[in-house]
Design a protein around this ligand. Structure first.
Ligand code: ADP
Ligand code: MG
Length: 142
């Protein structure tokens, strides 16, 4: 995994490039890894996760679980994909069985992780995506 002290910074010019960075990370993930996705609506969190899941060998379609809150996929590892956008309370996050997922061998991918820093694991890969001009994005992985 990326060294904790050195974040990697990428500039992307379209969804394909963001997807590709996700794919490369996905190929390296290990059982139990957690990835926290941070960025505004439309930044490309789900796009990055689509690449990540491709890198994990997930064959099914990956979409934001905005209403279902959690999607689960099976790739070379089990994957749990969270979208916390609609939740307002850390208790509601825990009610999803959040800690059990985090403690499991599933790879946990969490959109809007920055809304609930108090329940996020300390050991996690953080992916921050910032919107630049047009289709430009800055993707920081650390
Ligand atoms: P989020 O999950 O952060 O709300 P999505 O991944 O669902 O965002 O949507 C990102 C949107 O931005 C998509 O419509 C995608 O096509 C578009 N887009 C444009 N440029 C980029 C880029 N460089 N990286 C990722 N997505 C981009
Ligand atoms: Mg999303």
């Amino acid at each position: 995994m990326p060294d904790k002290k050195t974040a990697q910074i990428y500039k992307t010019e379209g969804p394909d490039e963001t997807l590709q960075i996700g794919r490369t990370l996905g190929e390296r993930l290990k059982p139990g890894d957690t990835v926290l996705l941070i960025g505004d609506l439309g930044a490309g969190k789900t796009c990055f996760i689509q690449g990540l899941c491709a890198g994990l060998g997930v064959k099914e379609a990956v979409t934001s679980p905005t209403f279902t809150l959690i999607n689960e996929y099976e790739g070379r590892l089990p994957v749990a994909h969270f979208d916390l956008y609609r939740l307002d309370d850390p208790e509601a996050v825990l009610d999803l069985g959040f800690d059990e997922y985090i403690d499991s061998d599933s790879v946990c991918l969490i959109e809007w992780a920055d809304k609930f820093p108090e329940v996020m694991p300390a050991e996690a890969i953080v992916v921050r995506i910032e919107i630049r001009e047009g289709d430009g994005r800055e993707v920081v992985v650390g």
